[in-house]
Write a protein that binds this ligand. Sequence first.
Ligand SMILES: [Cu+2]
Length: 107
Amino acid sequence: MTRKLIAGAVAIAAVATVPAQAAQTKTVAVKNNSFSPGSVSIKKGDSVAWKWTQGGISHNVTPAKGGAGSRTTSTKGYTFKKKFTKAGTFTYVCTIHSSMKSTVRVS
Ligand SMILES: [Cu+2]
């Protein structure tokens, strides 16, 4: 009887901890002065985390079409995370450095 209970508990735990499709987060480095990599491909429900890996120079991550983005900061280690729930191609820029572009492809 004890053995059956343990087997049942293990089976329930396995189902609970292995979702069909786990959401993932891809990291984009915010460098001076580029995003690396310049584009990432993710699935609906996944997130992108832009992380300031160098610091010392102010940057931001702002939707090219407008809307809310990150704060402007030069703090190394600062991270701006966003979850994408719709398919499409989304472009982000640093409004201070026009050459900095970050593309997110969501399928
Ligand atoms: Cu910048």
